[in-house]
Write a protein that binds this ligand. Structure first.
Ligand SMILES: Cc1ncc(COP(=O)(O)O)c(C=O)c1O
Length: 330
């Protein structure tokens, strides 16, 4: 079936490989595979670039010269946006959430890359961030007053348009996986990846489960956010698929100490996966989600059926600012 994709600028290296996790499969008693979306690019590593292919196509079509977006201080989405925008000759302005804007974090990890490509960084408090729609409008107005042409990308690139990035990923998986049942497991941060996967599985008519493990907020929040994204995409793109929020699967219980905060068990899991499979997970998203997957499998190896695909959504630069926490565990 030919899907009604919106315009896209190819900036991600796709299709990404689907690889077996031979040793971890043995350990957990199920067939475990990994979709290597950490290989969508070197600096552009991770899931965000798939969404940006569609979002930046719209930005260019609208004649934008600057993209505005937001995230946590070490946001992978902001880093990917800044680099991808620069590749297309666009400027970027990033609203980065920090506890105290007077004492911004060190130029490390993703922040180093943001600054290398010349993104304009604005530190915002958690309270300002909670009102980010208003801040976006204010900043966009400020740029327009300077005769610039801003394009606003929401947190995580998660909206109906960005969701197409993960519809494409499902099409790749459908080519690589044998027919039959499978469960896709992913880290949910702002919901766009989950929405794209759910829509993709429906559009491709696959008999797959899509299970998110939230790394912030809670299950109810993600059912609502992913539900809204799916509904928005179905309406905007006139997709003829049935959808009910009750179908969404989110496993709560692995946020741990909070967003971007690590527990020793999560960091030890990252080291275990690195040492058994040579795969590098990140501390904020994939490390927590994989930890959740492994814990759930340890409790019940049949929990997700016989074939499980873990979606590696990238995030490697988030490891470096955690070096001092990780080193004692090695
Ligand atoms: C490495 C990584 N994995 C997963 C996610 C979560 O994806 P989403 O925001 O689409 O839920 C993000 C971003 O939030 C991310 O940077």
């Amino acid at each position: 079936m030919v899907l009604p994709y919106p315009d896209r600028i190819p900036i991600a290296i796709t299709p990404t490989p689907l690889e077996p996790l031979a040793r971890l499969s043995k350990r957990h008693g199920v067939e475990l595979l990994i979709k290597r979306d950490d290989l969508t690019g070197a600096a552009l590593t991770g899931n965000k670039v798939r969404k940006l292919e569609f979002l930046l196509a719209e930005a260019q079509a609208q004649g934008a010269d600057t993209v505005i977006t937001c995230g946590g201080a070490q946001s992978n989405h902001c880093r990917a946006t800044a680099i991808a925008a620069r590749r297309l000759g666009l400027d970027s302005l990033l609203l980065l959430r920090v506890p105290d804007p007077e004492n911004p974090p060190a130029t490390d990890g993703n922040i180093l890359l943001d600054r290398l490509v010349g993104a304009e960084l604005r530190w915002v408090t958690p309270a300002e961030y909670a009102e980010r729609t208003k801040v976006f409008a204010r900043v966009a107005e400020e740029l327009r007053a300077q005769s610039r042409h801003p394009y606003v990308i929401p947190e995580g690139g998660s909206n109906a348009l960005g969701a197409w990035g993960y519809v494409r990923c499902v099409e790749e998986l459908a080519r690589d996986l044998p027919p039959g049942k499978a469960t896709l497991v992913y880290a949910a941060g702002s919901g766009g990846t989950g929405a794209g996967l759910v829509l993709g599985v429906k559009l491709c008519g696959l008999d797959w489960r899509v299970v998110g493990i939230n790394v912030c907020d809670d299950r109810d929040y993600f059912i609502r956010v992913i539900g809204e994204l799916c509904e928005e995409a179905i309406a905007r793109f006139d997709l003829r698929i049935p959808f009910r929020r009750e179908e969404l699967e989110i496993i709560d219980g692995y946020v741990g100490e909070g967003y971007a905060k690590s527990r020793p068990a999560e960091l030890r899991r990252i080291a275990e996966v690195a040492r058994t499979e040579g795969i590098l997970l990140d501390p904020v998203y994939t490390g927590k989600a994989f930890h959740g997957l492994a814990e759930e499998l340890a409790r019940d190896r049949h929990r997700f059926g016989e074939r499980v695909v873990f979606l590696h959504t990238g995030g490697i630069f988030g490891l470096f600012p955690k070096a001092q926490e990780i080193a004692p565990l090695l």
